[in-house]
Design a protein around this ligand. Structure first.
Ligand code: ZN
Length: 187
């Protein structure tokens, strides 16, 4: 089977180069999608995740969830946001994941060196000063990733909307070693 003309590393490099040259990164991504689709075959999968697991993680660019967890296409739901924190919208996605699409386990992943560690709730005040209104959402900044993972696990376990809260585990991913470190529910 033929593959894309670019290796992943080359694709990343050429995309970065395109940005530096003032090109539109989205155009580059769309072009790479055309290459991807050439070899794509309908996997014929059900929308229900094979491993019946939902992973909630930070959006951080250094965290390749599928590679880090040995996941394959169709295995899981991935729900990502800044920090991997359990917000109302994450609960919305988890509720749909469990009630409509059959997942039973929840994995929460924060990571070292997260951008949220350098922010405070002042971010909202600064926004208000700049644009004239304060956002309705919390920044969810934190200083202690372990503690924030515990809080996130607690938010999942106490949600009245979820069907399955018996298998909820939390981790911190080390962006320098690639290793997960599990966080106990109670410190
Ligand atoms: Zn992060």
């Amino acid at each position: 089977m033929s593959t894309s003309a670019h290796s992943p590393a080359e694709s990343v490099t050429s995309t970065a180069a395109a940005v530096r040259e003032g090109g539109q990164v989205t155009d580059r991504l769309v072009a790479l999608n055309s290459e991807y689709a050439k070899d794509f075959r309908d996997p014929g999968m059900d929308a229900r995740p094979v491993l019946q697991v939902a992973v909630v993680a930070c959006m951080d660019a250094r965290l390749d969830l599928h590679a880090a967890l040995g996941l394959e296409l169709g295995d899981c739901h991935t729900i990502r946001n800044a920090g991997g924190v359990v917000t109302e919208d994450v609960i919305r996605s988890l509720t749909i994941s469990q009630r409509a699409l059959g997942t039973r386990s929840v994995v929460l992943i924060h990571h070292t060196n997260c951008g949220l560690e350098s922010l405070t709730e002042d971010f909202r005040q600064d926004l208000e000063r700049e644009v004239g209104q304060r956002p309705a959402w919390a920044v969810e900044a934190y200083k202690d990733a372990d503690q924030d993972v515990r809080q996130s696990m607690q938010r999942v376990r106490t949600s009245p909307f979820l069907l399955h809260t018996d298998d909820v585990r939390g981790f911190v991913f080390d962006v320098t070693t690639g290793l997960l470190r599990e966080i106990d529910s109670v410190s």
